[in-house]
Design a binder for this molecule. Structure first.
Ligand SMILES: CCCCCCCCCCCCC/C=C/C(=O)SCCNC(=O)CCNC(=O)[C@H](O)C(C)(C)COP(=O)(O)OP(=O)(O)OC[C@H]1O[C@@H](n2cnc3c(N)ncnc32)[C@H](O)[C@@H]1OP(=O)(O)O
Length: 719
């Protein structure tokens, strides 16, 4: 796993060989240890160059090994031995030096990077810290402020930034390995003392204490309960305040705690989950590696509201030429201005010219005849969408893919209007579409594998994490959101306040609780959906009880709030009060308190004290239960798909892995027991009735989440 070659008489070249990213598995560490010992012992070798096969230096420790007992040579002594050796070792960094890969480079005496290489210590994103000396060597090399930033964020940096910071000694456009060999020949007789990073003193800024304290405050705020970023700050503090050896002891102790934590397991699961969703498959057997996407050079976006603008920006930023269509002149001009401003701002940040030549605006659908793909992004109104799809199928060329950015309407209904149902898919973006990473690609009954592959590939090109999902009301994300929101509303009826529910959810790790989030997105969004579903509005029979619909419990509070014109931030009030329409700072609203009291009195409800645990159990477990149902129905292909959707689309805390991983971590038997308990207490709430899949998993001994796909497949084949 490491190749040894004696070249140019006096240089030993050690090449890491563990595709795809030359991760430091036990075998690679073994290979490095053996090769370095050999080079140090060989009197004809005067210098060593370390590089990685296939233009990739090293992607770090082998994350898959973290799940089992660690075997093979330990990291820290291996790196210490390289640094302490009496022959110069030069790291030739091509591709990437990440995590343990960068720590390996830091113990070398010199570092040469290719101009396209990326460097970083992303361990924090895996719930860990750089525990192979990274937290102690990097501060000695580049100082405390820059180390704090890099280690607590895990940000990957360019070779140029690494050079500026002093992490690498030289950047080259040529073959970094050849440059490193020539470099090694030049430095082979130079003294090494000053090149041993661990032996350097840390340059501390005069305001060290304040810097560390401020960083800790910021990091805790950003971390939303994640423990690794906090440990990273503590480890850098140790580098600043303790001798190297003691600093390394602190690093090791903290790694011991993190390494065995549930958060580390969750984050490492999530790393692989993000990659798993790219390997999509359809019930027909078509999948990512047997279906070719069609190239998309020209696209059209229909509708220049908030969603259309964000989608247009994302497409243009990805290099796709776009015709943006909006029929209303005022809306067209406003959209045009906004899209161009965002693109200009993005380009300015990158120091390049905005790609405005890719952009055209029109008020006529006839202008999109030649495009490869259309994304319709008009109002969430089925009648309007149907009318547009009808027009699209007559104006677009025969092989144009027709996509709709609906957040939950039936793709099959739209497909049936077109006469080319195989070319219709959903592309559900999340607002603001140019910032949010998630894209649900919805395959309808007739969507062709090629159409799905094209939408998935276009999503990737647009920088999105695309997840293929089946067609049902709300798809995966919004479908699971319904019981979550429903429970939050019921909790208000029973005695909770919006602040109480939000606080419990935010302490759990959500960026925003359910009510603050509703105020941000606008309460009218859900109101419209409930009206379409016949749950509220004039279609409800006057004889229907206000708190029952189709024999089930119904919470009309949100409808009543909307009827008062309280639509959230945009109207200056919703579940909270804002200082003005469009204001951001949510304040508890005495009006809401009074309203809830009057509502309870009117319906004969007695308010009771509700604790945090009940809020979390009812909101989260009902959402999770719906996730199991989506898996059972095949709407979501695997737990990873659900988890990626929730982390990227709904701010589920990443260090909790996503709802399905979290269910496994809490214990499926506990989730089942709580759901049974609450369903017994609320038999008229079907979403609390435990799903068959959850029951079966528990009955089978609660296998780990990684085994659920296989389990579901077997379960389906038995039906
Ligand atoms: C009492 C207890 C005591 C505790 C003691 C603990 C002892 C342990 C001490 C250990 C100290 C070690 C400290 C070091 C830690 C680390 O290094 S952690 C790893 C840090 N590295 C990373 O986070 C990098 C992760 N990888 C990436 O970001 C990207 O993969 C990439 C390298 C930038 C490449 O991106 P791209 O080209 O887009 O390809 P991908 O699709 O992402 O990846 C290709 C395949 O490679 C797999 N992979 C990538 N990196 C790793 C890895 N580090 N380990 C294992 N596998 C990796 C990835 O999953 C893909 O696989 P497939 O999907 O199967 O193709």
């Amino acid at each position: 796993m490491a190749r040894y070659a004696h070249i140019k008489d006096s240089v030993a070249l050690i090449t890491l060989t563990n595709p795809p990213v030359n991760a430091l598995s036990a075998a690679v560490r073994h290979g490095i240890t053996e090769s370095v010992t050999r080079a140090l012992r060989d009197p004809t070798v005067k210098a060593v160059v370390l590089c990685g096969e296939n233009g990739k230096f090293c992607g770090g420790a082998d994350i898959r090994e973290f799940a089992g007992p660690m075997t093979g040579p330990a990291f820290v002594p291996m790196l210490d031995d390289i640094e302490a050796g009496d022959k110069p070792v030069v790291a030739a960094i091509e591709g990437m030096a990440l995590g343990g890969g960068l720590e390996l480079a830091l113990c070398c005496h010199y570092r040469i990077a290719h101009s396209k290489a990326r460097l970083g210590l992303p361990e924090v994103t895996l719930g860990l810290l750089p525990a192979a000396g990274g937290t102690q060597r990097l501060p000695r090399l580049i100082g405390i402020p820059a180390s704090l930033e890099l280690i607590t964020t895990g940000r990957h940096i360019s070779a140029q930034e690494a050079l500026k910071l002093g992490i690498v000694d030289q950047v080259t456009d040529k073959n970094a390995c050849e440059v490193a060999v020539e470099f090694a020949q030049r430095v082979m007789d130079k003294p090494l003392e000053s090149r041993r990073v661990s032996q350097q003193t840390v340059q501390c800024p005069p305001d060290l204490e304040a810097l560390l304290e401020n960083t800790m405050v910021q990091v805790k705020k950003r971390a939303r309960g994640a423990i690794a970023p906090v440990a990273c700050v503590k480890a850098v503090r140790a580098a600043a305040t303790l001798p190297y050896k003691q600093g390394m002891e602190r690093e090791r102790d903290m790694m011991g705690t993190l390494f065995n934590s549930g958060q580390a397991r969750a984050l490492q699961y999530f790393f692989f989950a993000q990659r798993a969703v790219g390997k999509w498959s359809l019930p027909s057997g078509a999948c990512w590696n047997n279906t070719k996407p069609k190239p998309v050079h020209r696209a059209a976006v229909i509708g220049l509201g908030t969603m259309g603008r964000g989608i247009t920006v994302s497409l243009v930023a990805a290099g796709v030429s776009v015709v943006a269509v909006e029929v209303g002149e005022k809306q067209l001009q406003a959209g045009k201005q906004m899209v161009m401003a965002i693109l200009e701002r993005q380009a300015q940040k990158k120091g390049v010219a905005a790609p405005l030549d890719l952009l055209r605006f029109s008020n006529n659908l006839k202008d999109i005849g030649g495009v490869d793909l259309v994304i319709e992004a008009v109002f969430e109104d089925m009648a309007l969408k149907k009318q547009i799809f009808k027009e699209l199928s007559s104006v677009c060329k025969i092989d144009t893919l027709l996509c709709t950015n609906t957040s939950g309407l039936d793709i099959d209904v739209l497909a049936s209007i077109t006469g080319r149902p195989q070319q219709v898919v959903g592309m559900h973006f999340f607002a603001p579409a140019h910032m949010m990473k998630l894209l649900e690609v919805v395959h309808g009954r007739h969507s062709s594998p090629e159409a799905v592959a094209t939408a998935m590939s276009l999503g990737k090109k647009m920088g999105k994490v695309s997840v293929a999902v089946g067609n049902c009301p709300g798809f995966v994300g919004n479908r699971m959101l319904m019981p979550y929101v429903e429970q939050a509303n019921f909790l208000l009826e029973e005695g909770a306040t919006p602040e109480q529910v939000d606080q419990a959810l935010e302490e759990f790790g959500f960026a925003m609780g359910v009510f603050r989030m509703s105020d941000l997105s606008g309460l009218d969004v859900g109101w419209r959906v409930r009206k379409e579903a016949g749950l509220t509005g004039p279609s409800v029979a006057a004889t229907e009880s206000p708190r029952k619909r189709q024999g089930r419990r119904y919470g009309p509070i949100a409808d009543l709030i909307c009827e008062q014109g309280r639509l959230g931030q945009k109207t200056g009030c919703g579940w909270y009060l804002y200082d003005r329409p469009g204001g951001r700072e949510a304040k508890p609203d005495p009006w809401i308190r009074r309203f809830l009291e009057e509502y309870r009195t009117k319906h004969g409800l007695k308010a009771r004290a509700i604790d945090k645990q009940e809020i979390l159990d009812r909101c989260l477990f009902s959402l999770i239960n719906e996730g199991f149902r989506a898996l059972e129905d095949g709407i979501a292909a695997g737990p990873e798909d659900v988890d990626v959707i929730y982390v990227f689309g709904y701010s589920w805390p990443r260090h909790m892995g996503g709802p399905m991983f979290y269910a496994g971590m809490v214990g499926l038997a506990r989730v089942l027991e709580r759901l049974e308990h609450y369903h017994q207490a609320h038999p008229d709430v079907p979403s609390l009735q435990p799903s068959t899949l959850l029951r079966r998993l528990v009955a089978s001994g609660s296998p780990p989440v990684q085994q659920w796909r296989g389990f579901i497949k077997r379960m389906r084949s038995q039906l």
